[in-house]
Design a protein around this ligand. Sequence first.
Ligand code: ZN
Length: 489
Amino acid sequence: MTTVDKFVQQVIDSPSDFSSLDKIYIQNKVFGLVGDDNAVESTSDELVDLTEALVQTAINNGKIEDSQSDKDILADQLMDLVTPLPSELNHTFWDKYEEDPEKATNYFYELSKKNDYIKTRAIAKNIEFVGKTNFGNLEITINLSKPEKDPKAIAAARNQPQNGYPLCQLCMENEGYKGRLGYPARSNHRIIRMTIGGNTWGFQYSPYAYFGEHSIFLDKIHRPMVINRQTFTNLLDIVQQFPHYFVGSNADLPIVGGSMLSHEHYQGGRHDFPMMKAPIEKSIDLGIDGVEAGIVKWPMSTIRLTGTEPNLLIEAATEIHNFWKDYSDESVDVRAYTNDERHHTTTPIAYKRGDKYVLDIVLRDNQTSEKYPDGIFHPHQDVQHIKKENIGLIEVMGRAILPARLKDELHEVEKYLLNRHNQIAEIHQPWADALKKQYDFTDDNVEDIVDQEVGKVFGRVLEDAGVFKWDDQDKQAFDRFIESLKASN
Ligand SMILES: [Zn+2]
């Protein structure tokens, strides 16, 4: 069988809308896309490899240019053939949901991997290890599948004029979009329609997943991120619909927010983050019956709300968020406004524990100062050699997404520590010198120690991003905030 024959057979066998009678038709579709000469042999019978061979065939036939953009577009057009139409897929999803929500998400997740919408192979390149800190084991990943964005570019993108099609990468209009230079191919992209908080939203997986079943919930309407009562309502609504998933929102301000502030969306999935395992350090009585509250033992200032009634949690979360928005404490550099510019918001995360709902509210402050031009509650200069990007939702919860540059840079650091010829980056020098004084490095221990120390640096990154630290002065400041909050009710 030729590569085309094998591919056509997989299309027929897939849950797409085709059957064996369509064989000739699909074959001609494929020839139309890749040309009918110069067939390239596939390295295996796996769909991704067959597709790659067909893409190479298309290059040989002059059907496309040998560029990443053209290759992605064609690969996704081919993968579109193994993917059901959006209407069909939605129908199947909600049929399965009737049986069991988990069956529905399993179906959609497997399909999104099979058609290479989720870039499983690229994700497999990511490096992952555990970092031990006083706040428990953090999850450290070096992201080799997708480049990080510069916080300043993110802030600039927030104010970009509203034009172009699709308006942004989180718009529904991406479903089936062919793609173009500088804009991702989405022919094989599908979105589940659902109702969240009374409005229509989309649900999809993240192509460059940071953890298991990394999902995105996106507003049908292209509008900026905002955290308010509706956010808490929506998050708990999602957890009620998908009890096996957590879901959280990035903050709605630059520096402390995520990379996409221009389109309302949340991230969720099936993963227990370090923060979710962190215990309550101190209980709080918010005076709302049916809501247990407490300060979480976590580097970032977090109030945990627990209860069986989502409405009561929404009530409590709204009170905390609104009070924090206007709360200042000069003694610890916490300021709600400077010159009418708002600095305070929260990063909320919802999930279920048994029959109880949990809402973790993380307090955020995005001020900058002369001493800390990148942010007072942002990784400080001395840890920016490891992480200088925004501390968004996923990292708030204790999973580091470190930039790809670290893969090679840490390798050079290791050579430096072993006194070998190296090209250590200047930014790592002070850190490496401190490590040299602390340890006796050998070939056997160097990688382990460097990983552990990277974990500690990430712990520091989170402490920097926390508004109330864990020293006595800041603990008292956190208590004052709680007392003022209670008094305001
Ligand atoms: Zn959009």
